[in-house]
Design a protein around this ligand. Structure first.
Ligand SMILES: Nc1ncnc2c1ncn2[C@@H]1O[C@H](COP(=O)(O)OS(=O)(=O)O)[C@@H](OP(=O)(O)O)[C@H]1O
Ligand SMILES: Nc1ncnc2c1ncn2[C@@H]1O[C@H](COP(=O)(O)OP(=O)(O)O)[C@@H](O)[C@H]1O
Length: 283
């Protein structure tokens, strides 16, 4: 593997920049090219200079024919789930390059807990604090995702499982993009949370357990849902007539201190300290 610098493409169109703008763009381009050092196989750049592929392209071209022209071998296709004949394709700009650009490590902060335990509050407080410190974050909130991506899912066990699986996969993509992804979902089943953890290597899945008593969450009841659940108007409400399996190995546990719930700022600070201490806030 050689270490190459791939400059970002300069677009040429009818909207080409004027000479001073072009000079500025060129200077900017040089700066970016210097910052983004890309590890890519030379052969990957020999073609169109675009995507490096899985390495398979090089493999396909390795064996030459008697006439000296390269022979293309058949790519090895995969069958994953219900998808047949699919091929993974890699690009030369990967997670390390994106992380370097952003000055942080892409990861998933998975906040789990009962409705009303403060998941969204911590997620937003943390996102705000990180943003002000110059870090790139994105919040995936269970309630919000059920307005779009997961609108076809109910709250029965198998739909909750599918909800968590989808969000786990999306969160993984955000982490791969170099973003600090904050996922905030009840995620009541341990095996579903663990399956999301298994998607992310190298300690990039950080579980935050909102270990606050049901009584407190129910007393808060900001949406009136506990009341509806207690009067039977909502069936299968987590903590009332649906299970919540507490985590046993969370990286961070947020709980009452001296009979009081820590302030939103203190809760966010607890997560922030963990990120700082463990090197996530540098590339
Ligand atoms: N039956 C039932 N059980 C639990 N929660 C319910 C239910 N019905 C609606 N809601 C609202 O949906 C929000 C939780 O969505 P999630 O996607 O995080 O749930 S789960 O992870 O799939 O269990 C949850 O939001 P939060 O209060 O922010 O947790 C509720 O507002
Ligand atoms: N640390 C806290 N101290 C006091 N109130 C809080 C705290 N965290 C959350 N709350 C309040 O509790 C309610 C539920 O918080 P929320 O973040 O919506 O919970 P969840 O997302 O888990 O349902 C909201 O009214 C919120 O303002």
């Amino acid at each position: 593997m050689s270490s190459l610098s791939i400059p970002p493409p300069l677009l040429r169109s009818s909207h080409s920049p004027s000479p001073p703008a072009a000079a500025a763009a060129k200077a900017n381009w040089r700066k970016r090219a210097a910052r983004v050092r890309v590890r890519a196989p030379v052969a990957a750049l020999a073609g169109d200079g675009g995507c490096a592929g899985t390495g398979m392209e090089q493999q396909h071209l390795q064996a030459g024919s008697a006439s000296g022209s390269p022979v293309r071998e058949k790519p090895v296709m995969s069958n994953i789930g219900k998808s047949t004949n699919i091929l993974w394709h890699d690009c030369p700009i990967g997670q390390p390059e994106r992380q370097k650009l952003l000055g942080q490590k892409g990861c998933v902060i998975w906040i789990t807990g009962l409705s009303g335990s403060g998941k969204s509050t911590v997620a937003c407080a943390l996102s705000r604090e990180l943003h002000y410190r110059g870090h790139h974050t994105y919040v995936l909130d269970g309630d919000n995702l059920r307005h779009g991506l997961n609108r076809d899912l109910s709250f029965k066990a198998e739909d909750r499982t599918e909800n968590i699986r989808r969000v786990g996969e999306v969160a993984k993509l955000f982490a791969d993009a170099g973003t600090i992804c904050i996922a905030s979902l009840i995620s009541p089943y341990r095996r579903d949370r663990d399956a999301c953890r298994a998607l992310l290597p190298d300690s990039r899945f950080i579980e935050v357990f909102m270990d606050l008593p049901l009584e407190l969450c129910e007393a808060r009841d900001p949406k009136g849902l506990y009341k509806l659940a207690r009067t039977g108007k909502i069936k299968g409400f987590t903590g009332v007539d649906d299970p919540y399996e507490s985590p046993v190995n969370s990286e961070i546990v947020i709980k009452m201190e001296g009979g009081e719930c820590p302030s939103p700022k203190a809760m966010a600070q607890q997560v922030l300290s963990y990120l700082e201490k463990n090197g996530y806030l540098q590339a």
